[in-house]
Design a binder for this molecule. Sequence first.
Ligand code: AMP
Length: 118
Amino acid sequence: MSAYDKNNVFAKILRKEIPAAPIYEDDRVAAFRDISPQAPTHILIVPKKPIATPNDLTAEDAGLVGHLVLTAQKLAAEEGIAESGYRIVINCNAGGGQSVFHLHLHLLGGRQMHWPPG
Ligand code: AMP
């Protein structure tokens, strides 16, 4: 479990205290473009609920996680990468490459992805 810092950068974007390039928003999630894109499409999808890492999800978040993935699916179609393919990534903690401690999905596409990831 991780303590949630309410002043992390995504919390500030959700509160509209700092700008982002918004893509989509509803009552449970928001999506905006990554400031340092690693692919032609690189969108971050975040829950509005303050959750620091995947370790902090509980059974009551199952519907929210499903909604995050379905939002990624919808945005992939809108970005025109559904058929060519895309990758959904969730990093967890330092060893997983997480640098912002508000749960987020990366939606990456528009180029060939490689395996294993770096
Ligand atoms: P992670 O390393 O999985 O925690 O991903 C954090 C992502 O947030 C990185 O890809 C950063 O480029 C991105 N990021 C950091 N600050 C901002 C910001 N102000 N607006 C949009 N994306 C950001």
